[in-house]
Write a protein that binds this ligand. Sequence first.
Ligand code: PEP
Length: 256
Amino acid sequence: MKGRSSLVVGNWKMNGSLALAENWAKEFAALWRQAAPAAEAGLCVPSVFLDRLVRSLRAEGLEAVEPGAEDVSVREGSGAFTGEVSASMLRDAGARLCIVGHSERRTLFGESNASVVLKVKALAAQGIRPIVCVGETREEREAGRTSEVILAQVRAVLGGCGIESLAGGAFAYEPLWAIGSGAAASLEQIEPVHAAIRAALCEADAGASEKVRVLYGGSVKPANAAAILALPHVDGALVGGASLKAESFYGICACG
Ligand code: PEP
């Protein structure tokens, strides 16, 4: 998808507050008014903060920043599913993006490729763009299994929900060993995985490259973003820790 601007999406994880959502929008807007960043920007927050984020972005005239959620229920519609938040509820609250299958959900909360497929379908039905995370553990990389693991995850999602459900969304390649470590994967490690994901997309649909971005995630910060975003097959970034500070996140978006 190179040729279009990058997409940089923040992921607050289980961090933040209503006050941070409001202040973040104010601070990001002040920077944006000095110079609109090169990249398209999105910010995924805990769903209880979504409405405040949406209102705060709107109040600052920052409609271009896409608000998003970090997870969604596999269940569509409504019903007796205590604690679940459906895609239609997220849309009602203003979500335009949603992270699916983050490695923290896969390893800590039993997320599977099958549930990722159901979630992507539920989001597509509501017009919310999915950001589907895939990634290998350090052990898998050291065993030379990176491509096998990543392509199995990508193909399971592509085969299960089809390219149209993913259209406008992205796969995010996030090596588990790089997330939150402070040290991103090297450019030499990132590029071949992104090329392989893009090849799998094209295998599924010749036009897929135009429809689905491939983002990199794992310790992206202002200091390393320019080099990562310049890689031929990298269409943007998924940013955890550095997205909590509007200034750092803006610094990454400015590299897009
Ligand atoms: C993430 O959680 O998706 C992530 C990439 O985190 P960090 O940027 O903090 O490594």
